[in-house]
Ligand binder design. Structure first.
Ligand SMILES: Cc1cc2nc3c(=O)[nH]c(=O)nc-3n(C[C@H](O)[C@H](O)[C@H](O)COP(=O)(O)OP(=O)(O)OC[C@H]3O[C@@H](n4cnc5c(N)ncnc54)[C@H](O)[C@@H]3O)c2cc1C
Length: 392
């Protein structure tokens, strides 16, 4: 007997939604509808801002490493299928004092998973990466599988392939309401109501607005990006010479990527911004004081940087209390939720898209760590309360 066709709607065509649409569009007997509140690849989502750091040596812990290795393969698949450059494997350098907890966890994942890497003491760091001002107590781990991703190009590519495979993607089409019935789900949009079998909810920072179960769990962290110009020469900061990096220097956490535009370098350090509940509470810009403080911090760590940013933008991301993502299949098996990527999830969105497709089409929960399920998150929420800030 022929298998029944499933109609699956992906709500939100940003980071996770674009990957879910791509993965679902490869499945047989699946009709994919994608609904996005803004236009195709916009500047309001958590993926905006030219680049994202990719790493497999992971201070967040070993639980993520299999998903990161899977995603690394899938970033290459995305490049092959789209013909676009998405991932620059220039390495990711973590610099911190040897006894810094995050340095130790990063080292732990390198050893546990035998990840290709190089280790540096302070003198070796100075010699190999003269762009950075190195303290005597600094140590470095270069994750050779790390590098820089191009988020807007990634989302555009995944959407393009999904459409080529037959997905019906609608832009400027916000989902205003979700009604679940025993045999279907109805999605209300301003012009049309869609009746589908299943939905993948990938609405990022807006999730609590349409998914009441997430209201207590998620909080939004404001996160900013700044780009600085080297005063003498951009060449040492081009991808062939400068790995993506993370630095912990006392209380200051700085991260950055090589120059993709050929004149400026993305180097960021976040002020202690409040945690908010809704995207409407996110400021549109940094204050002058914030920019001056960041410029000073950056110049101390990378002395050639002119301390006045040439570009800056303020964004947001939904966080869970323990910063693990939510990947959940509802009891009815009709609603798949992927949310709370907690400021570090872009790098593994291909794997999340694959998980979402497996949950929606096969009901297969085996590949998803139990810690990602909503039950587990709600337990953590009861024990710890919501995310309070301080994550980066
Ligand atoms: C400044 C910054 C720097 C970061 N740096 C890194 C990094 O270096 N490395 C890394 O791995 N991660 C990083 N992250 C984290 C990562 O970028 C985010 O976790 C990820 O992009 C979140 O993806 P998402 O799909 O949940 O949300 P989004 O990409 O924002 O997608 C949600 C989409 O849903 C749409 N939507 C919402 N509601 C509706 C509705 N009702 N109807 C229709 N559509 C709707 C939105 O318009 C949006 O397009 C960073 C995040 C920020 C903000």
């Amino acid at each position: 007997m022929a298998k029944k066709q499933l109609t699956i709607a992906v709500i939100g065509l940003g980071s996770v939604g674009s990957m879910a649409a791509w993965q679902l569009s490869k499945r047989e007997n699946v009709r994919v509808i994608g609904l996005e509140q803004y236009g195709r690849v916009h500047s309001h989502g958590s993926y905006a801002g030219e680049s994202r750091v990719f790493r497999t040596a992971y201070h967040e812990g070993g639980l993520y490493v299999p998903m990161l290795l899977e995603s690394r393969k899938m970033w290459r698949e995305l490049e092959q299928e789209s013909g676009r450059d998405v991932y620059y494997e220039v390495g990711t350098l973590s610099i911190a004092e040897e006894n810094h907890p995050e340095y130790q966890t990063t080292l732990g994942t390198v050893r546990d998973y035998d990840l290709p890497h190089e280790l540096f003491d302070a003198d070796q760091l100075r010699e190999r990466f003269p762009q950075h001002h190195i303290h005597d107590t600094d140590r470095g781990i270069l994750d050779l599988q790390g590098g820089g991703l191009r988020p807007e190009v990634s989302v555009m590519s995944a959407l393009e392939i999904a459409e080529r495979n037959g997905a019906d993607l609608r832009f400027n089409t916000p989902v205003l309401g979700i009604e679940e019935y025993s045999d279907s789900i109805k999605l209300r949009t301003p012009r049309e109501t869609f009746t589908v079998d299943k939905i993948v909810v990938a609405t990022g920072s807006w999730s609590a607005r349409i998914h009441p179960e997430l209201h207590d769990l998620l909080r939004l962290q404001i996160l900013g990006l700044t780009w600085f110009m080297p005063r003498t020469d951009v060449a040492p900061f081009l991808p062939e010479n400068f790995p993506a990096f993370l630095r912990d220097s006392g209380p200051v956490h700085v991260f950055g990527a090589p120059s993709f535009d050929g004149y400026s370098v993305k180097v960021c350090s976040n002020p202690t911004w409040d945690v908010v509940r809704d995207v409407d509470e996110v400021p549109l810009s940094y204050t002058r004081d914030e920019l001056a403080r960041i410029g000073q911090q950056i110049q101390e760590l990378i002395p050639d940087m002119n301390p006045e940013p040439v570009r800056q933008s303020v964004h947001h991301c939904a966080y869970t209390p323990n910063r693990l993502p939510v990947v959940d299949l509802s009891e009815s098996e009709r609603v798949i939720t992927v949310a709370g990527l907690s400021g570090h999830g872009f790098k593994f969105i291909p794997a999340l898209g694959k998980h979402a497709a497996a949950l929606a089409v096969d009901g297969d929960t085996d590949a998803v760590p139990a810690e990602f399920g909503l039950d587990s998150h709600m337990q953590v929420l009861r024990e710890r309360g919501p995310y309070q800030g301080g994550g980066h």
